[in-house]
Design a protein around this ligand. Structure first.
Ligand code: XMP
Length: 516
């Protein structure tokens, strides 16, 4: 059994980052809602608890509270920002509204020799983001302070509690990783044995046990997650796996062929290819609203998949009993808040929980608790090429959410060509690994141009390229001007139907990566 850290989520948008930092230290962790009763949480292997930040003031109506039983579990507890304030409130301390919000980089001065800051500088930059301030926690020793925050970090020995008012999980806290690692290794005594090689062996065994002698179908999108899931399942159950690849007509240029040849020739997995372009395009005719599009694409995907599953089930004599999906932990958390936390839903991701219970199939989701970087490591370990493992994320609804306005086959072709140019030039410039995603978006805008001596009146396209480590937050990529120049020239010269190219310089937040 692996050591486990439970992260209790008070609704912060960056709770996932805490989980990533913990996993990066090779320690397994799970996020659970602050509303879940402690008695319902699987505490096997528990070595420590982390209380996340949160959007609320502890005194706000309905604000999530810390359960005092947390401090009696017999393991160390780390409270981050709201998690620390909630602890103060739950244990007889005092939290007040600060005169002004403290937001951004702040200098932290470490006091004494707490193991939380072992081997880290006495003065370091940390990221603060809070409106309330703690003035008292009973039994607390101050282990760090800042100008505006005398209780910037505390240790409460009688509760085995460490609290930090700043956010060690974000990249702007210079030694955040070190602080979290100190908590996990020195304070909780975690061994750090969560490694992907071991995960593969354990997961193969788990899948074999779950599936028994039955057959499994898997929805293959060609993306990293479902491709790696396919290879892992194939390793576990061989020919009893059939992958279903639905072409919804909204794929990138040459994508359908690429996926078919990769899986058919190189990996030797049963692949069932369904061209459902017509079905999708008929349903999407005249629909411009982003959420409606997402819902239709998701719904149609389910319908096609169900038909195909039925056909394969019949062919196998009823032996198909499971459906495998490459669902990742962030999909699970961001979409439906399965952990029940108060984080708000921004977009409906269609591939999550999208396939209905009436398929009559059990779910096999080997990556439901993993992050993308962990799945990439598994892909590499399983011998998949860099081209597959390092594929850019591509949304389930495909080009459907990158064509603003009318969704027609003509416009799909125009975007496919422009998008291929963007990706080609990014690869040529050697920027692929530095950029999280780079793609083109077709806008519902026409503008006037001049080509040769002719007036043109055609569509505009936006180039979107972002850097990110997880897709949760992102910055627009500072692509060299000459690369942008080549992209723009090539699109306008080579793609009929586009006469203007603009570059999107919006980060996330406040924007999102996709335009819809
Ligand atoms: P946003 O646009 O929400 O995107 O900033 C964040 C990341 O998620 C991808 N994305 C999706 N992935 N199904 C997916 O599998 C979806 O419905 C979906 N929508 C967005 C997006 O490409 C980016 O990497």
């Amino acid at each position: 059994m692996h050591d486990k850290i439970i992260i209790i989520d008070f609704g912060s948008q960056v709770t996932q980052l805490i989980a990533r930092r913990v996993r990066e230290a090779n320690v397994y962790c799970e996020i659970v809602s602050c509303r879940m009763p402690l008695a319902e949480i699987n505490l096997a292997g528990l070595k420590g608890v982390i209380l996340s930040g949160g959007p609320a003031s502890v005194y706000a109506k309905g604000a999530p509270q810390a359960d005092v039983a947390i401090y009696k579990l017999g393991v160390p507890v780390l409270g981050i920002c709201y998690g620390m304030q909630a602890t103060a409130q739950a244990t007889g301390g005092k939290v007040i509204r600060a005169d002004h919000r403290e937001f951004g980089r702040t200098e932290l001065r470490v006091q004494g020799t707490s193991p939380l800051f072992a081997k880290l500088p006495k003065k370091q930059t940390v990221w603060m983001s809070h409106g309330d301030r703690i003035t008292k926690i009973p039994g607390a020793e101050v282990i760090a302070e800042s100008d505006n925050c005398p209780l910037a970090a505390v240790h409460v020995p009688k509760l085995n509690f460490y609290g930090v008012q700043f956010h060690p999980e974000v990249a702007h806290t210079d030694h955040g990783k070190g602080i979290i690692k100190n908590f996990l290794k020195s304070i909780c005594g975690c061994k750090g044995d969560w490694k992907m090689g071991a995960f593969i062996a354990e997961e193969i065994e788990r899948i074999r046990k779950q599936v028994g002698k039955e057959r499994v179908i898997l929805g293959l999108s060609g993306g990293v997650d479902s491709s790696v899931a396919a290879v892992l399942l194939h390793k576990a159950i061989g020919k009893r796996l059939t992958c279903i690849f639905v072409n919804n007509g909204l794929l990138r240029k040459d994508e359908a062929e690429g996926v078919r040849s990769l899986f058919a020739k190189h990996i030797g997995i049963n692949l069932d290819y369904v061209d459902a372009t017509k079905r999708f395009m008929t349903k999407l005719k005249g629909v411009a609203d982003p959420e409606q599009k997402r819902k239709i694409i998701g719904h149609e995907f389910v319908a096609v998949f169900k038909d195909e599953a039925k056909r394969i089930k019949k062919k196998s004599g009823g032996h198909v009993k499971f459906l495998a999906q490459g669902t990742l932990y962030p999909d699970v958390i961001e979409s439906v808040s399965v952990h029940g936390g108060p984080a708000s839903v921004i977009k409906s991701h269609h591939n999550v929980g999208g396939l209905p219970a009436d398929l009559g199939l059990g779910l096999v989701e080997p990556f439901r608790f993993l992050f993308k970087d962990e799945v990439r490591a598994i892909g590499t370990e399983l011998g998949l090429s860099d081209a597959v493992v390092w594929r850019q994320p591509f949304p389930g609804p495909g080009l459907g959410v990158r064509i603003l306005g009318d969704l027609t086959m003509d416009r799909v072709h125009v975007l496919q060509e422009a998008d291929a140019i963007v990706r080609e030039e990014i690869a040529k410039a050697g920027l692929e690994r530095k950029i999280w995603q780079a793609f083109a978006v077709l806008l519902p805008v026409k503008s006037v141009g001049v080509m040769g001596d002719e007036r043109t009146y055609e569509q505009a396209c936006a180039v979107r390229a972002v850097t990110s480590s997880d897709g949760m937050t992102a910055d627009w990529a500072k692509i060299p001007y000459d690369v942008l120049g080549v992209i723009s020239n090539r699109i306008i010269n080579e793609v009929r139907g586009i006469n203007r190219v603009v570059y999107d310089i919006t980060s996330k937040p406040p924007g999102t990566i996709e335009w819809e």
